[in-house]
Unconditional design. Sequence first.
Length: 86
Amino acid sequence: MTDRLKRLRFRAWHRGTRDADYMIGGFFDRYSPDWGEEEIRWYEAVVEEDDFDIMAWALGTGEPPTHLDHAALIAAMRRLDYIPLP
């Protein structure tokens, strides 16, 4: 894993709350192995956003700003298939 992806993984899994860690970190772990440069740049911008906003996009209760509205990745985020269930 490149240093860039290692930094992103750390940022994804150290959000401050367990809920955000599972949602944002789980998404990263599930989908990042298939990402190219475009997706990585998108995710670098996403992790700079507020957890509340990211979670709203994933739950479908909010819409991402235009510069982060990547239809395929937002759709993947909304599937929530990356969150482990107890």
